[in-house]
Design a protein around this ligand. Structure first.
Ligand code: ARG
Length: 587
């Protein structure tokens, strides 16, 4: 199924070609002035510029050809040569009917045969997740859903931070506390216990203590560095401890992300590419990609025409330690070998932009990226009302489950205010409140373009009115309940008809889905779908308030309107799913 805009473009392209002009001018898009037309084609002006002709004259010729096509109910020339187009109601209804029958709802297939790795989440083992990780998870998850829906083979990778100094800090703190002496006994030959000596909660307490100790005492910092180096060099007891840290952290993280409906295909991290680092460095040295600089091994990445300073990527420090850039480079080697991707998207805080620019340049210079395009999709920060990165009420760092609890409580209050979910069983009610709270959080995050900073405004996010997640859930629940009633009353449904302005505007909105999904992919921008979902809900609401549906006496008309409700619900549900938002069965 091609999109309506693509279908109209094909007609206009043929018209340009028949006039001996390049068909590239035939692009048809949604009108900028919906009050004047449904679609527009600006090609006559472009063609006129290219051929040094009068744009109006070209527009007349193209319009004359378009008028011959029965799909158009209006072909008009405006201003210097815009061609304004309307489509007949019959054509809209027919395409809305076809969309209803297509399980993919006309989604584009641009990703067919292509693989994208989406690197997001990026939490650090043993360190609490912060707001940046939350944004990365919410945006990254929506992008993985969008890319998949558009036909891509997507591999999502959490890329945990599990190889840095925090590991050595934990190990040496545990050593000091004497919690698990066998891991420090160099005479012990294993096997080490299967049960972790520490829980996730222990790590949450041990890590800040370890980090404070290292700040206060240089000797402790030195110990932690040594432990990190020993771990990275493969000391068995430390490695065994690390395995426990990783496993308990993964368990906790999977639960937290899982409760947000966020899942990853791969649970790799910095440590998983450790075996690739030494051979990679040997290879890069042999091919003279690297240079020595003040005792360190670096890859110079400055290029002619750089406007700002571009420091070299440091692979190995003078003390022999490898860095964040080294593991990121080795991860590219790993990904090219394992998945051979067409695209690798890094959904990471914009403040790491320089880092990624260095890594990408180094990878291209070293020819290790296969045919993959490497791209950083950065994002801005979620701030508190004080303009600083958001913290929970308790102050300190944000914990994801605290945040979910806060959102759920607030959602529950709103349900009471609205008189929703009244008299439902307690567990169903709690489930609804949680779904609403999460929808509020995700929608608020996704509805701004990702690079824009925004302020965490709980009160606004959880409202059932305005551009919010809860409003859209409520809109979907309302259509669900209309359709449930239709079934109970034994009403049939049929292909939609389009007669009234409200039906027309709703059908046009539905048929715009493929174009919006494509734009969301192209710009790595879920906010386009947030806007789309909001407009869809509003257009449905206008249709609903102007028309009888279940109470329509004419059975054929009633069936057609029920049919229109069905595609609207399917479309809204699909878009909400692409945003990672669940719809409660009732509210
Ligand atoms: N762990 C990193 C952090 O907390 C994010 C990792 C992002 N992904 C990557 N391939 N570098 O900042």
């Amino acid at each position: 199924m091609t999109s309506l805009a693509a279908e109209l473009s094909a007609i206009a392209k043929a018209a340009f070609a028949d006039e001996g002009l390049s068909e590239s001018f035939g692009h048809v898009q949604e009108s900028d002035r919906p009050d004047m037309a449904q679609f527009q084609c600006n090609g006559a002006m472009q063609a006129a510029r290219a051929a040094k002709m009068n744009p109006r004259a070209i527009a007349e010729k193209i319009a004359a050809r378009l008028k011959a096509d029965p799909i158009f109910s209006k072909v008009e020339i405006a201003g210097p040569g815009f061609i304004n187009l309307d489509v007949t109601d019959a054509a809209l209804a027919e395409r809305a009917g076809a969309m209803a029958k297509d399980t993919r709802l006309g989604a584009p297939r641009t990703g067919e045969g292509k693989t994208a790795i989406i690197d997001f989440g990026g939490a650090n083992v043993a360190k609490p997740m912060h707001v940046g990780h939350l944004r990365s998870s919410v945006i990254g998850d929506s992008l993985q859903r969008i890319f998949r829906a558009n036909g891509w083979h997507v591999v999502s990778d959490v890329h945990l931070g599990d190889w840095g100094l925090q590991m050595g800090q934990l190990i040496s703190e545990i050593g000091h506390r004497g919690i698990a002496p066998i891991y420090f006994d160099s005479d012990f030959k294993g096997p080490y216990p299967e049960q972790s000596p520490v829980t996730m909660e222990d790590l949450e307490e041990i890590y800040p203590a370890a980090s404070a100790a290292c700040k206060a005492d240089p000797a402790r910092l030195e110990e932690a560095r040594k432990a990190t180096a020993d771990l990275q060099a493969g000391r068995p007891g430390y490695r065994a401890l690390w395995e426990h840290f990783f496993a308990v952290s993964r368990f906790g993280l999977e639960r937290e992300w899982g409760s947000l409906g966020i899942h990853f295909d791969l649970w790799k991290g910095e440590a998983s590419v450790e075996p690739l680092i030494a051979p990679m460095i040997e290879d890069l040295k042999a091919r003279h990609v690297t240079e020595e600089s003040e005792g360190a091994l670096v890859i110079p990445v400055a290029e002619e025409g750089d406007k700002k300073e571009m420091p070299p990527l440091i692979l190995v420090k003078s003390d022999g330690a490898v860095l964040y850039g080294t593991t990121d480079l080795a991860t590219i080697v790993d990904r090219v070998k394992e998945q051979n991707p067409d695209l690798v998207l890094y959904v990471v805080d914009q403040r790491q932009h320089l880092h990624f620019e260095q890594v990408f340049r180094a990878a291209r210079k070293a020819h290790i990226n296969g045919h993959a395009v490497l791209e950083h999709s950065g994002f801005g920060t979620m701030n508190g009302t004080d303009g600083q990165p958001f913290k929970t009420r308790a102050g300190g760092v944000m914990k994801l489950y605290d945040l979910i609890a806060t959102m759920t409580d607030e959602a529950d209050k709103r349900l009471v205010e609205k008189g929703l979910a009244k008299d439902y069983p307690a567990d169903e009610r709690a489930d609804i409140a949680k779904k609403v709270g999460i929808a509020a959080l995700k929608f608020a995050d996704l509805s701004n373009f990702r690079l824009t900073d925004y302020i965490f405004d709980l009160d606004r996010f959880v409202r059932f009115e305005g551009k919010t997640g809860p409003y859209l859930q409520y809109a979907a629940v309302r259509i669900q309940s209309i359709l449930r009633k239709a079934k109970e009353e034994g009403h049939a449904s049929s292909a939609p008809v389009v007669r009234s302005p409200e039906e027309r505007s709703l059908a046009l909105q539905l048929l715009a889905l493929p174009v919006k999904m494509q734009a969301a992919e192209d710009n790595r921008a879920p906010n386009i779908l947030c806007e789309y979902a909001f407009e869809l809900a509003q257009k449905f609401s206008r249709f609903y308030s102007e028309h009888h549906i279940l109470s329509e006496a004419d059975a054929e008309l009633r069936a057609a309107r029920i049919g229109l409700c069905e595609v609207t619900l399917a479309t809204l549900a699909k878009v909400l799913d692409l945003l990672g938002i669940e719809i409660p069965a009732r509210m």
